[in-house]
Design a protein around this ligand. Sequence first.
Ligand code: HEC
Length: 129
Amino acid sequence: MRTLMLGFSLIVMTGGASAAQVTIDEDYMQTMEDRQKSLSKNIGVQNAQGANEDVKELEDMFGEVEDYYVHKGNATDAVDWSKDSKDLSIAIEKYVAAKDFDNATVAATTLAKTCKACHRVYKKDKEKK
Ligand code: HEC
C-alpha cells in the first residue's frame, strides 16, 4: 500500500516538473555508500533506531536517483533498479520496525546486489564496484 502511494506521489511530482533535481555523481554516490554501510552495521548490531534512520535516508535517495534517470531519459534499467532499491529499502524499514533482523539482512544483501547491477551498466569507470 505504502509503495503504491509513493509511486503515485512520484508521478504527481514529476508531472509538476518542480521536483528538486539531483546529480548522480561521485559525491552523491559516496553519501549513498556511507549510508548503506551504516545500515548494514546497524542491522548487524541490531540497532533498530540507527538502521531506521539510514534506511529512510536511502529511500529518499533512491527516489531522487529514480527521478534523475526518468528525466535523463533512455535509462529504463536505471529507473527500474532505483525503484527496486527503494522497494527493498521500504521492506528493510518494515523488518527493522518488527525487529526482524534476519530478513532485514537478507533484504540488505539483495540491495547491495542491486547497487552493483546498476554500476555494471551505468558506471563507466576503470574500477567497477
Ligand atoms: C540506478 C543506478 C545506481 C544505483 C542503484 C546505485 N548506483 Fe552507485 N553509481 C551509479 C553511477 C552512474 C555511478 C558513477 C557516478 C560518477 O562517477 O559520476 C556510481 C558510483 C558509485 C560509487 C563510486 C563513487 C566514486 O567515488 O567514484 C560508489 C561508492 C557507489 N556508486 C555506491 C553505491 C551504493 C552503495 C549503492 C546501493 C546502495 C549504489 N551505488 C546504487 C549508479 C547507481
